[in-house]
Design a protein. Sequence first.
Length: 168
Amino acid sequence: MGTAGEYRIAALDAEHGQQVLTIYRLGIDEGHATFETTAPTWEEFHAAKLRQHRHVALDDSGRVLGRVAAVPVSDRCAYAGVVEHSVYVHPEARGRRVGSALLRALTGSTEAAGIWTIQSGIFPENTSSLALHQRVGFRVIGTRERIGRHHGVWRDVVLVERRSPLVA
């Protein structure tokens, strides 16, 4: 998958769909990325994620190295500026700052849209994701204990958020 720095960030569109879903399935298979046990279809993914806040990292050949996407946390007007995101990087592309670049792209698009908070829930065992988020300005809010069952086991989730210093 190339060396560090050999990628660009682009809008996530249908042409990236199958690769994005493959990366998601790889994350599911690792067991510490999501409560989900199966990847959605492209149509389900496309319908759920906010179009202006979906980005991919592409290598020089157009191969997807990772993706970030966001969803609204609520349809209540008080939460109009709050989104929940997820970021996934292909295992072969890790260690190249792909996740950081994707989160910076998300931060840029959300701030441009007036969104003041980006949040996510991360399994505490996913130490690389927690470290990534802290490196790019997210803070740990706390741990939601036994928030859901995953393969029959209660799992905790660490809630992280980034508040925009630009959107008031």
